[in-house]
Write a protein that binds this ligand. Structure first.
Ligand code: BGC
Length: 508
């Protein structure tokens, strides 16, 4: 059945079917998100496994055996944190390289590079016999994440029929959460496999990496990418195939037009620094800072470690991480459902209040009841787990997916890829900061860390209230007129640019 697709009143209507082929392409590409999620989830479990610590971080293992001596500091070791965080630092650098391969070679080869990096990274980490091999493996996995996270969301947006773009974009985040959940389950079972459970856990990422590699041979290149590189006939052919209709001329012309405008911008990074780019640029970067300073990854990376800290045993801790992982996946569906109904702002504001309350309750219980030594009582530990779950719920339908969606929809075409690359690398940078610092902060600040995140949540809630405009239902290429120009604060940058154009015109 053919449907006429229209992003909204301003956008041209193009004929398109939601074809099986598009569905298959979306599923294959989204496997990139799954690997990212798996990497996020797996490190916390592996770093809590004694066999792993004994082999690579004997000092941490010794300290852990004396755990009753200090609850908050047993895992504090810069090298252990480097194991988790090296991946994000590598991904940060890689996303800029990936932005170049995305435009010069295409989205499809960029995904293929990602899967090759993943495969080598998995081989090195799962087969590691020393720390160097382990860290190099993590760095290669990071390259995979950088290449994947740049190419996949762009690919999804470009092959999706316009009316499904928002929902398909969040499929990426959904796959991230599913990856985290699978990792938590794998951690749970491999924790009891001695002495090499950790190798199985790290090696598990090989399966989706192979799926991505083989799958990326089957999927098409996006029409935009082909046309952008002057492969017009192939671009037309690809468009016909993914839309499932014969008459694709209007959409083809539209892409050619957008590519023409974009090709006049020789240096998109420079253009990003111009006043008119400031609103999406600043919002895109700050959203990444805020997303990470909700404290979500302190929970995602270190959930098993965190639960052990509050007094759960090894097994119970991993099981709690499985529970938070499941809640993360299910709540993402709420985001998919609500994002185009209640809008982005409602979700950001609602969840800020929601997450603030959770962080405060967790902080207060730990401050009151968990001393440096000893464990939490059962009821208190249960309340902590419940509020961690409620916190994850709020994140999963707001700052999680919107951190990726908003930067992908607010830049004009000429700076979209470059702007998104900056957003991805900011995300990686702040993820790195949290991954590297969390265990030391937990050791130094103790329960205060939860008040630290709570303070950030207040800041981000206020920012969302005053500076993040609603973009629900606005055509992707109409942001300037409909969103930035009428905005009480951002309009100044638009006016500044209009004034400059006037002056230029008069002086001609
Ligand atoms: C974030 C990750 C986080 C995940 C949790 C993503 O949007 O970028 O850092 O671990 O959500 O589901």
């Amino acid at each position: 059945m053919a449907v006429v697709v229209s992003a909204n009143g301003n956008a041209p209507a193009f004929e398109a079917k939601m074809t099986v082929y598009v569905f298959v392409c979306v599923m294959i590409a989204a496997v990139g998100g799954l690997i990212f999620g798996y990497d996020i989830g797996i490190s916390g479990g592996v770093t809590a496994m004694d066999d792993f610590l004994k082999d690579f971080f004997p000092a941490v293992w010794e300290k852990k055996k004396l755990a009753h001596e200090n609850n908050y500091c047993k895992y504090d070791n810069q090298f252990l944190q480097l194991f988790t965080s090296s991946l994000y630092l590598a991904a940060l650098v890689a996303s800029f390289l990936a932005s170049a391969t995305c435009s010069k070679l295409g989205r499809k080869p960029t995904m293929q590079f990602a899967s090759i990096f993943f495969l080598i990274g998995v081989g090195l980490t799962a087969g590691a016999v020393n720390l160097v091999m382990l860290i190099i493996g993590r760095i290669l996995l990071g390259f995979g994440v950088g290449f994947g996270n740049q190419a996949v969301p762009l690919f999804l947006s470009e092959i999706a029929p316009a009316q499904l773009r928002g929902g398909l974009n969040i499929v990426f985040q959904l796959m991230v959460t599913i990856g985290i959940l699978i990792a938590n389950i794998v951690n749970y079972f491999t924790a009891t496999v001695h002495p090499y459970g950790w190798r199985i856990a790290l090696g598990g990422a090989g399966i989706p990496a192979i799926v991505l590699l083989l799958g990326s041979l089957v999927i098409c290149e996006t029409p935009t990418s082909l046309i952008e590189r002057n492969k017009h006939e192939e671009g037309k052919e690809a468009l016909r195939k993914i839309r499932g209709v014969e008459d694709i001329n209007d959409e083809y012309e539209n892409i050619v037009h957008a590519c023409d405008i974009a090709s006049q911008v020789k240096d998109p990074y420079r253009k990003l620094l111009k006043p008119a780019s400031r609103p999406p640029f600043i919002i895109g970067m700050l959203l990444q800072l805020f997303q990470q300073f909700t404290g979500i990854n302190a929970i995602m990376f270190y959930a098993p470690v965190l639960f052990q800290t509050v007094g759960f045993g090894n097994d119970a801790a991993l099981l709690s991480a499985v529970v938070t992982g499941t809640i993360n996946v299910l709540s993402t569906f709420v985001g998919i459902y609500l994002v185009d109904k209640t809008g982005r702002r409602f979700l950001l504001l609602q969840s800020s209040v929601h997450m603030l309350i959770c962080q405060l309750i967790i902080g207060i219980i730990l401050a009151k009841d968990l001393g440096t030594t000893g464990t939490l009582g059962r009821p208190q530990a249960l309340v902590v787990v419940i509020f961690v779950c409620v916190f994850v719920m709020g994140f999963a339908w707001s700052w999680g997916p919107l951190g990726w969606l908003i930067p992908s929809e607010t830049f004009p075409l000429e700076t979209r890829s470059a702007g998104f690359a900056v957003a991805v690398s900011c995300n990686m940078f702040f993820t790195f900061v949290i991954a590297q610092a969390f265990l030391s902060m937990l050791c130094g600040m103790r329960s205060g860390i939860f008040f630290f995140f709570a303070a950030w949540i207040i800041v981000m809630g206020l920012f969302a209230m005053f500076f993040v405009p609603e973009t629900k239902g606005v055509a992707i290429d109409d942001m300037r007129e409909s969103v930035w120009k009428p905005h009480w604060f951002w309009k100044r940058y638009m006016l500044e640019e209009d004034d400059r154009h006037d002056v230029e015109k008069r002086s001609v």
